[in-house]
Ligand binder design. Structure first.
Ligand SMILES: [Zn+2]
Length: 345
């Protein structure tokens, strides 16, 4: 990719209201059967078109074909019982009714490869596909079979690797693993979290990314953020390990967060997806605000490694809000791109 500061998003975008109820997570589908299959493709087509039209250089699926970034993948696994639900505390933050692991986990066929092939046909731009990371999957389940988070993480990593290879074969350029759990379980990140992530990414020719954030702009996350104090230094735990890892790109939250920008120095040498769009606030950033965040980030990341992005997914937003934010992101990136070209010319 030759574009300087190629823009991207973390992943999810609002779905059309005829496909799923808007402005909520885990929103049920509004249609079913063949109509649903066709509707998902239409939504992917729109998502690719809107991203392109609004200047997003690395096109994502917007999670248009899945209900939720973790559970939809888990639903396809053998060994998980969705009838047998238990209430667990997710990321030590909120309770949710989750499925139970009752036997050996495995995957018969790729979950998203056909959707990825379809997205590949919609655009000539590089495409990115997100999968949940092993630790975040574990944190969204109850386990009665392995009785070891580490063991189960390793099983998931092997399955994710299988899925990632299928996505790569479908033409995906960047495979992203979402690991918000890396901002919570620091001992496990050190003990096996990064190793499991590397296992998931093993042997891929596609670029690999890990997204670590403070979550969607939902109440439980916003309440948690309010307890974190004036400086959010959670990345300090995972970044030195990721700097040494095989993962190519690190995606982090920046704009309107209390993350000190200089923490990016800890991943020097990696590509960095810097969140310049707030997903917990409906106000549309101005291009100048976006540019300001990117300029600050450029003190700690080389220009050829900076990917302007969003803080997290935008699924809970009204559709026009999310789309306007895409436009703001690319307009802000354009400002800084022009400054960089002027300096080097
Ligand atoms: Zn996120």
């Amino acid at each position: 990719m030759n574009t300087l500061l190629p823009t991207s998003t973390v992943g999810s975008l609002p779905k059309p209201s005829w496909l799923a109820e808007p402005e909520q997570l885990w929103s049920p589908w509004s249609i079913e059967g063949d109509a649903l299959a066709e509707g998902k493709q239409d939504a992917l087509r729109i998502a690719a078109h809107e991203q392109t039209r609004r200047g997003i250089d690395i096109v994502s699926d917007g999670e248009q074909t899945r209900q939720h970034f973790v559970t939809t993948f888990i639903e396809h696994l053998n060994g998980v019982d969705f009838e047998n639900r238990e209430t667990v505390r997710i990321r030590n933050r909120y309770d949710a009714s989750v499925p139970t692991v009752v036997g050996a986990v495995s995957l018969d066929r790729p979950v998203f490869a056909d959707d990825a092939k379809f997205l590949r046909q919609q655009t000539d731009r590089p495409i990115k596909w997100a999968l949940p990371g092993p630790m975040t999957m574990i944190d969204t389940l109850s386990d009665r079979h392995y009785k070891s988070r580490e063991k189960l993480a390793w099983e998931f990593a092997t399955i994710l690797n299988q899925e990632a290879k299928a996505l790569e074969a479908a033409g995906v350029d960047i495979i992203q693993f979402d690991e918000p759990a890396f901002n919570v379980f620091f001992d496990e990140v050190k003990d096996w979290g990064v190793a499991a992530l590397e296992r998931a990414a093993e042997g891929l020719r596609a670029e690999t990314a890990v997204h670590i954030c403070y979550g969607y702009g939902i109440k439980a996350n916003n309440d948690w953020k309010a307890t974190l104090g004036s400086e959010w230094r959670q990345y300090e735990e995972s970044f030195p390990l990721l700097q040494q890892s095989t993962i190519d790109i690190i995606s982090l939250e920046a704009h309107n967060s209390h993350v000190p920008m200089d923490l990016i120095e800890l991943i020097r040498g990696k590509k960095v997806m810097v969140g310049a769009i707030d997903v917990a606030n409906e106000a549309i950033e101005t291009p100048e605000e976006v540019a300001d965040t990117l300029r600050k980030a450029l003190q700690f990341v080389d220009a050829d490694k900076l990917i302007p992005s969003t803080n997290c997914g935008m699924a809970p937003f009204a559709r026009d809000v999310a789309l306007e934010k895409l436009s703001a992101l690319s307009a802000g990136a354009r400002i800084v791109r022009e400054e960089l070209v002027t300096v080097t010319a």
